[in-house]
Each structure stands twice: as structure tokens, then as C-alpha cells.
Design a protein around this ligand. Structure first.
Ligand SMILES: C[S@@+](CC[C@H](N)C(=O)[O-])C[C@H]1O[C@@H](n2cnc3c(N)ncnc32)[C@H](O)[C@@H]1O
Length: 274
């Protein structure tokens, strides 16, 4: 794993004490167990490889390498290189443990301020990870930073949930896990006017331990993301309801949006620029 100068932007977080590495450091030990089934990895990898057109590929918020490692394994035949950035050293340690063949170049870096130069053929941010940036200015800066490290015609794929319309506001407590000697409660606070949700998984055990796992997101609608993408020079190439290219409908709960930069201008033999 390569180490970059650690950067810890705070992005005007909605939760006191919450920074860009808080989520990863709090969830690294349970991430692979809790989120093993969140999406179909094989289908995701197949779509990403297809969109990469030879790569190289950059993943923002690469985490434990749930996607990046199988993507690098699948892309090895075609020579597709995979780079991932993440602010959490503990997440990257997990990635290193999974990536026994050292196929992924993992950087401890921020997905706004620390992107490697590229140029990449494809960048992607999966499973709501863009929303880990907790204000709109950071979302905007992220689109712009990604545009700056893609080659002409390069693509940026965003996978995220579609916010409820109208939004459900307020506080909520639910049970995630309940056994004889352990309970994990999910506590959330939703502020629709800020488009923010903050939460804690609170783990209580018979032995007396309490473990807090905080998270905080600023969500955006697909239309808001389209505007940010357009401002950064992208056009929307595809919008699917998920990987596997299922059609996006007005009531789809999730979306996979594929944004593309303009291609390089080509000069024809008679001197015309196309
Ligand atoms: C929900 S996990 C997703 C991990 C992986 N992409 C996946 O799909 O399984 C979000 C990841 O983003 C990382 N992250 C959060 N904010 C970040 C930031 N500003 N820059 C880079 N990584 C960040 C977290 O440390 C965490 O590993």
C-alpha cells in the first residue's frame, strides 16, 4: 500500500467530531461481515470493465476492496490496472489482507483533495459512498476533481440511493442485531432541509462493553447530481436502476449513473476537426 500525506478535510460535517476518516475507522472491523450482500459483485465488475474500455480504473472510497480486488482480478487478462483511494487506514489494511496478489494500488487519500493524476479511463464511486461527503460543496468539488483525472471520453460512474420524495424526517431507533448477550441498535437523525442523515450503530454486550459506530451522509437526488456533473463538463450517458443495466424507472430506489467527458477532438485527413 502506498501512503500519501494524510489529509482530513471536515466538509462542514453535520456531526461534531466527525471527519472524513471517521466512517471507515469505525466500520472496518465489521464492514465485510455486515455488507457482504449489498450488491452483486460479479455483475458490477462486468459492467465496470465494459465501461472502462481498457482502463485504468480509479475507485473513490475503495474500502476493504470488496469491488476493487475482484475488478482487478477480472481485469488482469486485459491489463486493466485498478487504483483505489480511501481516507481510512483500517479499511486499507483490510484491503491489503484481501489483495494477496497485490493487484490494486491503494492510496490513503481523500476522494476530493487527494486524487491521483491519472489519466484514468473510468472512475467510480459505489454504494452511496459519494454521500460520505457531507456537504454540497464537497460533492461539487468531487465531480470537478474526477473530471480532472480522467482522459477525454473518460467515464464517472456513481451508484447511490434515490432519496424518498417527500423525505421522511425525524429521529429513529431500530434493532439491527439481537442475541442473548448482544444488541446492536441503529439510531438515526434525518434533517431533510440539509439533505443530511447522521447515525450511530450502538453495540451493547453482556460483558459491559459499548461500541459506537458513527456515520453521516449528505444525500442528493439524481437530478442534483446531474447538475453537478454537467458543471464539471460531463454528460449523462446512462442511468440504470442498478448494475446489470436494469432500466431506471421513476420509482427506482437506486440508480447507477454513467457520466462521460467529451472525447478528444480528432483531425480528419482533410483537416476538419470532429
Ligand atoms: C460505504 S464504504 C464503501 C467501500 C467500498 N467502495 C464498497 O463498495 O464496499 C465507504 C468508504 O469510503 C471511505 N471514505 C469516506 N469518506 C472518504 C473521503 N472523503 N475520501 C476517501 N474515502 C472516503 C470510507 O473510509 C469507506 O471505506
Amino acid at each position: 500500500m502506498l501512503r500519501r500525506q494524510p489529509q482530513r478535510p471536515r466538509y462542514g460535517a453535520a456531526v461534531d467530531g466527525y471527519g472524513s476518516s471517521t466512517y471507515g475507522e469505525a466500520f472496518a472491523d465489521v464492514y465485510d461481515e455486515w455488507y457482504a450482500e449489498i450488491s452483486d459483485v460479479d455483475t458490477t465488475v462486468a459492467d465496470l470493465l465494459d465501461l472502462a474500455e481498457g482502463g485504468p480504473v480509479l475507485e473513490l472510497g475503495v474500502g476493504t476492496g470488496r469491488l476493487a480486488v475482484p475488478l482487478a482480478e477480472a481485469g488482469r487478462v486485459g491489463g486493466v490496472r485498478v487504483v483505489g483511494v480511501d481516507t481510512s487506514p483500517l479499511m486499507l489494511q483490510r484491503l491489503a489482507g484481501r489483495d494477496t496478489a497485490h493487484l490494486v494500488r491503494a492510496l490513503e487519500a481523500d476522494m476530493v483533495t487527494g486524487l491521483p493524476a491519472g489519466p484514468f479511463g473510468l472512475a467510480f464511486v459505489a454504494y452511496n459512498t459519494l454521500f460520505n461527503l457531507t456537504d454540497e460543496g464537497a460533492h461539487e468539488a468531487c465531480f470537478s476533481a474526477v473530471a480532472g483525472c480522467l482522459r477525454p471520453g473518460g467515464r464517472f460512474v456513481v451508484e447511490a440511493f434515490v432519496p424518498d420524495d417527500p423525505p421522511r424526517s425525524g429521529d429513529d431507533v431500530s434493532v439491527r442485531t439481537l442475541t442473548a448477550d448482544r444488541v446492536v441498535l441503529s439510531v438515526t437523525r434525518h434533517e431533510p432541509d440539509r439533505q443530511s442523515v447522521a447515525g450511530q450503530f450502538v453495540e451493547l454486550t453482556e460483558s459491559g462493553g459499548v461500541r459506537l459506530r458513527p456515520w453521516s451522509i449528505r444525500y442528493a437526488t439524481p437530478e442534483q447530481l446531474d447538475r453537478l456533473a454537467e458543471a464539471a463538463g460531463f454528460t449523462l450517458e446512462h442511468r440504470w436502476a442498478g448494475f446489470g443495466r436494469t432500466p431506471f424507472e421513476t420509482d427506482s430506489p437506486r440508480h447507477v449513473s454513467v457520466y462521460q467527458l467529451p472525447g478528444a477532438a480528432a483531425v480528419t485527413p482533410d483537416g476538419r476537426v470532429t
